[in-house]
Design a binder for this molecule. Structure first.
Ligand code: 9MR
Length: 574
């Protein structure tokens, strides 16, 4: 298998902000600089210059040059760059290029809601579908859900929430960080200059709650929060206050399969400390954000969060079983110091209570930049940075000195990511191994850079975010846009059970704004193992529906995409 990488001239296939950096990469063996020519849609020469030879890109093995045309600030569509007789994909220059991506990336959540009909009026006929998992045959769940044998003898009603990914599982670990990042995106509009609250407000998204007086992004978050709260172990039980790690099918189902056709038994899996702390953190954040809109819910969320945190303290080492992977992912994590840090931060931000601050000060992660913001990015198993972002940005009872310390940690991390984006052949703010969901690692580094930009106003942080977007949208070793519907060579066969056009022409491709997991050098699925053997790390990707290890989509990868799209759209407005 030889990937079709198209033109050797690699650009952001969507385009560049009018006043933003504009760079590309060309694959060439030429030892010396080459001439690049920028042409407008009519083929007229608009600018030209010399490429800068880079050498060999270690992530792809490709010999490349880089080029940039920052000075060009003429808006329009259909621009191309030609180098050595080879022409790039077309792209636009403008300031409103990303407003569609902001809403599309957020629409991902409505599309993947469980327990509610997805209405044609909101998403179009192609994407409309009946509600899934409301105990209507052949579905068996998510009301009155039993535990797996030996886990508990009660049953829970846990409808709603979002399906995790290509599968129909609902997981509290990663469900928590996903909803937290959506809430943080909303919360950013409360503290960051230039963050457009209306773009996320009531009437901004294609959700059924439009017009209820609540910002639509909070309506979307609420759908998941209600599910998370329902996963808590009831009072009177031995593990009261903990959260069940996950709820999913007893056996893996095949593809394609619409949610309402899933006939597998749904089961609750054992509570875990990590899930419990996801609930504590997300619940605490929800409490402060929903307070103006629904004080009863805010109070309920806070009670659940406090109860969860105390339960986690009583049971600090209930790790999810790494072998519990039948019918759903394991999401096991045997280091929860980061989840403790994140939950303490959110509880402190909301309540101002000293005990949470003490816990933060005593955390082994306190003041350790690499632990709070790992170079490889925030992720479901590395959540501390979410707490640090909150403490650096939201007004809390922290002393100014402590807030300054946490801000310094964040900026130090951002400086590292920004340096990567300057030195990488393809400009991405990431320099680690390419693992499962690598695109989300890139995106989460971009979130930290975006926050750094918001806090300092320094253009170099915003520029690094934009270069990251260039990478995701086509300036990369495969000439691939990893976001469906964006760019001429976009991913459209991601692993998903009902967005499965590759398997059945009557079904749609993923909805626009769905980001693929991306290159994963570990080749953990049969398609990748078979077709990608020997691939260079950044090229271990295939747009094939069965390659779940390189080409799945999931709530916790689209969340940083939504954050970044929103940030970049605001940047264009500003
Ligand atoms: O995102 C998860 C990734 O970090 C893990 O390496 C991988 C294997 O355990 O699982 C990923 O999560 C998947 C989950 O287990 C099941 N639903 C789909 C998720 C995305 O691929």
């Amino acid at each position: 298998y030889e990937p079709d990488t198209g033109s050797p001239v690699r650009v952001n296939q969507v385009g560049y902000l009018t006043h933003g950096p504009k760079s590309g990469t060309v694959v060439t063996d030429a030892p010396k600089a080459l001439r690049w020519v920028l042409r407008d849609a009519d083929g007229r020469r608009a600018a030209s210059g010399k490429t800068a030879p880079f050498g060999t890109d270690p992530t792809s093995g490709q010999h490349v040059h880089r080029f940039s045309f920052d000075a060009v600030q003429r808006e329009g569509e259909g621009w191309t760059v030609t180098v050595d007789g080879e022409t790039s994909q077309p792209f636009a220059i403008g300031d409103t290029l990303y407003s569609g991506l902001r809403t599309d990336a957020l629409a991902y959540y409505y599309h993947n809601r469980s327990g509610i009909e997805i209405e044609a009026e909101l998403v179009g006929e192609e994407y409309a579908r009946p509600a899934g998992h409301l105990n209507v045959a052949p579905n068996r769940g998510d009301f009155d859900v039993p535990c797996r044998p030996g886990v508990c003898d009660y049953r829970l009603d846990a409808p709603g929430g979002w399906y995790d990914a290509g599968d129909h599982g609902k997981y509290v670990v990663n469900g928590g960080i996903s909803v937290a990042q959506l809430m943080s995106l909303y919360e950013r509009t409360l503290w960051a200059d230039g963050a457009d609250g209306e773009a996320l407000g009531d009437g901004s998204l294609r959700v059924p709650e439009q017009g209820n007086g609540v910002p639509d992004i909070l309506d979307e978050a609420r759908w998941q929060l209600d599910f998370l709260l329902a996963m808590q172990v009831p009072q009177g039980e031995e593990l009261a206050g903990m959260a069940h790690h996950k709820l999913h099918d007893a056996n893996w189902t095949g593809l394609p399969l619409l949610p309402h056709r899933d006939a597998e038994l749904r089961q609750l899996h054992a509570p875990s400390t990590a899930a419990t702390l996801n609930l504590a953190a997300a619940g605490a954040q929800a409490a402060r954000l929903f307070e103006p809109y629904d004080p009863d819910f805010a109070a309920e969320a806070l009670t659940s969060a406090v109860t969860a945190y105390e339960a986690a303290q009583r049971h600090p080492d209930h790790y999810a079983d790494p072998n519990d992977g039948q019918g759903g992912g394991a999401y096991s994590d045997d280091n929860v110091t980061d989840e403790f840090y994140w939950a303490a931060a959110e509880l402190f931000a909301t309540t101002g209570e000293e005990q949470y601050l003490e816990d933060l000060r005593n955390s082994p992660l306190h003041g350790d930049t690499d632990a709070v913001f790992p170079r490889g990015g925030l992720a479901w198993a590395a959540t501390a940075g979410l707490g640090a972002i909150t403490l650096a940005t939201v007004d809390t009872a922290l002393t100014p000195a402590e807030r300054a310390d946490i801000t310094a940690t964040l900026l130090e991390a951002a400086d590292g990511y920004a340096a990567d984006s300057v030195s990488e052949a393809y400009g991405l703010p990431f320099s680690q191994n390419y693992v499962w969901g690598s695109n989300s690692q890139v995106l989460n580094n971009m979130v930290v850079l975006g926050v750094a930009h918001d806090l300092t106003g320094e253009a170099r942080y915003g520029a690094a975010v934009l270069r990251g977007l260039d990478y995701l949208l086509g300036r990369n070793p495969l000439n691939q846009s990893y976001v469906t519907g964006y760019g001429e060579r976009d991913s459209r066969n991601q692993h998903h059970r009902h967005w499965a056009r590759q398997l059945n022409p009557a079904l749609p491709h993923p909805a626009p704004g769905s980001v693929a997991g991306g290159p994963n050098e570990e080749l953990q699925d049969p398609i990748a193992a078979d077709l990608l053997e020997g691939c260079a790390p950044a090229m271990c990707y295939i747009d094939h529906i069965e390659s779940y290890a390189t080409n799945e989509i999931t709530i916790n990868w689209n969340a940083p995409l939504a954050w970044v799209a929103s940030f970049v759209d605001d940047l264009g407005d500003g």
